[in-house]
Write a protein that binds this ligand. Sequence first.
Ligand code: DON
Length: 603
Amino acid sequence: MLKRILSGSLLLAVGLYACKTKPPVSTTPAVRESQGVYQYVEEIPTRTGTQASAFFSDKKGVVGRNGMVATAHPISSEVGLSILQAGGNAVDAAVAVHFALAVVYPFAGNLGGGGFMVYRDQAGKAYTLDYREKASGRATQNMYLDSAGNVRPSLSILGHLASGVPGTVDGMVEAHKRFGKLTWAQVLQPAVDLAANGFLLTDRDATGLNRIKGDLLKINPDKTYFLRSTTPGDTVTWHKGDRLVQTDLAKTLQRIQTRGRADFYEGETARLLAEEMRRGGGLITEDDLKNYHATWRDPIQATYKNYKIITMPPTSSGGVALVQLMRFTEPYPLRKWGWNADSTVQVMIEAERRVYADRSKFLGDPDFVKIPMAELMSPDYLRTRWTDFSFARATDSKAVRGGTIPGYESLETTHFSIVDKEGNAVSITTTLNGGYGSRVVVGGAGFFMNNEMDDFSVKPGVPNMFGLIGNQANAIAPNKRMLSSMTPTIVEKDGKLFMVVGTPGGSTIITSVYQTILNVIEHGMSMQQAVNALKFHHQWLPDKTIFENGAFSDNTVLKLQERGYILEKLTNTLGRMDCVMVRPDGSYEGASDPRADNTARGW
Ligand code: DON
């Protein structure tokens, strides 16, 4: 299963990169200006118990005083910056970036997917918006099982049956309606222009599209969307620098620009989408679209030392899991032990093991299942989960089940972070699930549909594409949202905005966010260093720790192996973080992941 998890486009991990270099050794902190954007030269903190090359690359953070945008693609970052410079606030920029990503980053940017937004305004009030996809009203619990009760795995991943009802457009409408300053037409315009006039592909964009050519031809036999040649069936490959023009998508975006929600959920786009579903045997109907609404939820807010973690409640598992992880970790002197020293890693793995077991047992759509939120995050409960922990020996995952809570009845993605001049901060993670989603392109509308149905537990105990095992809490039901791991998060320090963090990566999202926060708080890294730092991951089952090459020193590997940990070195990478940190002087450090095209722009 792990092979499946780590293979193909479903993971962001795309091969080894040659740019892994040693970080600069202790330079004096200095700030130098270039093209209106400051390059930040950092001092590398001294760490014990690890080798020097703890970073994927020595990429530098970007510093700005008036605003910062960090996204997965250089063009969407530029769009966000231009909206901020035009007087837009962080939410205006976020909406513009979201739609721009749907054009320039079809790998995960989307109209046909969904996501979560965590927003903290300049006064410190926090909000979370759930615009996660929902199962169609026609979905059934066993829809992916054959007559013998076995899972038909590809059905929830490829093609029309794999899609949930998209939430992105309603989510952005809601966010903009409540907090936007510029007009809807203004924030949609960059995406319309990019789709109509085209944009130049990066090497990574071209490779991604070439990789899915086979699926495009198979699943969309009569269409030429995202193919280099406009002759059906022709397979000319894309190259870096080619221009991708998306005429139908431009028209779709224009309709959304003019009619907003009404177009996507009840108008021409709704009609095209439902027609596409009928043509390909999918379930989503006009009624499903009409009934879809994004939901404002109460943010999870929890303290860790003098920090506050503001994060996403269910339908994401990310927030609960992150708070559990931080609380398991809090009593231990990680800083003293050192970054990725054996004891540090051991505590983190054991926390992850228990947290993912709880995720599997308790978490699902809160509109459908009762989740014991307060109990799951309470120190008393977490203490009961830690009683079998020992530094002498790895806990066996088979012996770890979801915890016992009295009274409880059993039952490929992208992130961006934006902060504006006033200190309003947006943390958004959005997805089609796998790269390019179900690979179904909506005829006449020109956008990919998600394959988010695979995030449900299609059968209790059977792992999904990320190896996650679910149960009744995350079983399929009509109109239910599938559980997510997306963890858009904002961190306060001493009551003030401090960090905006998040990443794609399926089940590894939670642990990448956890490590990135600890890298800053406990290990004294800058935001960019925390992103560059190599990462590891454990998710209860399968019972092994995967790690990026170089994340563990020989000493850490040896000690962990002696204590019974199964370690697996990745040939690819973990996470694609886009983060912002407020520096002591009030300026912003934008940090974008060196593992891909991610770019931070500030002013
Ligand atoms: O919501 C989730 O947890 C997944 N659909 C996220 C997928 C993802 O991050 C894909 N990228 N690797």
